[in-house]
Design a protein around this ligand. Structure first.
Ligand code: HEM
Length: 231
């Protein structure tokens, strides 16, 4: 079976319902994307506790780990894992289906913008996936952290970012997060039916404002440690 036949068979195997349709999977990708972006925004705000010092940050970390008698964090992890897997599944299957189809008329309308945006989404998404795995091994399990202390999340945060290569990778990942969020917020507002000339400036302001805020605050953490503001 050729690669094209294999992809067509894959698309046909998905059947003809809501999930099988590309619009259905775009809605699923938008809905899971909204949840992921909400998490990233809340996480960015929560980490602001680092500016309050060790006591505030560790108290916040302890609250997260012990909420609902310790069950809360596992419920949160299960939901985040499911949402992430579904988001990646929708992205991968839509990409494969798009390559199989030949939307000649559509491409003639928006040739450069659509391919540039989708290509950026793919590689920034892959780098983000690598970052998330690294980030969990770094600050949650401590597997790749040089001096991990499970009882002191603040020290892990500060000592981790003292290593310039670690801080540099976090900063690079946040720039990818910015690209991914910008296009993501732009596309999900389109999927949700808000792509209209009278809303476009609002959509652009929302996508840029939210992205800039999250990226700038997230980058401020490694920078604050490297410059000694957080120590
Ligand atoms: C510079 C930016 C970031 C900093 C300083 C940071 C900091 C942290 C810290 C300190 C923890 C561990 C909390 C604890 O042990 O209680 C953590 C966990 C986590 N972070 Fe981040 N984070 C950043 C960016 C991100 C981004 C961009 C994502 C996702 C795209 C992310 C996803 C997660 C996840 C999923 C967890 C695990 C929560 C758990 O199940 O324990 N983080 N982060």
């Amino acid at each position: 079976m050729s690669v094209a036949e294999h992809r067509i068979a894959g698309a046909e195997a998905r059947g003809h319902g809501f999930i099988a349709s590309s619009v259905g999977r775009k809605v699923i990708m938008a809905a899971t994307g909204v949840i992921l972006f909400a998490f990233v925004t809340v996480h960015m705000i929560g980490n602001l506790q680092a500016y309050l010092g060790a006591e505030g940050f560790n108290a916040y970390a302890k609250f997260l780990q012990t909420m609902l008698h310790g069950g809360g964090i596992w419920m949160f992890r299960a939901v985040m894992l499911a949402v992430t897997v579904v988001h990646i599944w929708a992205a991968v299957t839509l990409t494969l289906d798009n390559r199989t189809a030949r939307p000649v008329g559509y491409r003639a309308l928006q040739p450069i913008a659509s391919t540039w945006a989708s290509r950026t989404m793919r590689w920034s998404g892959v780098i983000l996936a690598v970052f998330i795995v690294y980030h969990l091994l770094d600050l949650t399990t401590g597997t790749v952290h040089a001096s991990f202390d499970p009882t002191n999340p603040y020290a892990n945060f500060v000592n981790g970012f003292k290593v310039p290569a670690v801080a540099g990778f976090y900063i690079l990942a946040q720039l990818c997060l910015g690209l991914h969020m910008w296009h993501g917020v732009w596309s999900f507002t389109q999927t949700l039916g808000l792509a209209h000339p009278s809303y476009d400036s609002l959509r652009r302001a929302f996508a840029s404002g939210l992205t800039l805020l999250v990226v700038a605050v997230n980058i401020s953490y490694p920078v604050a440690v490297l410059t000694g503001l957080i120590h």
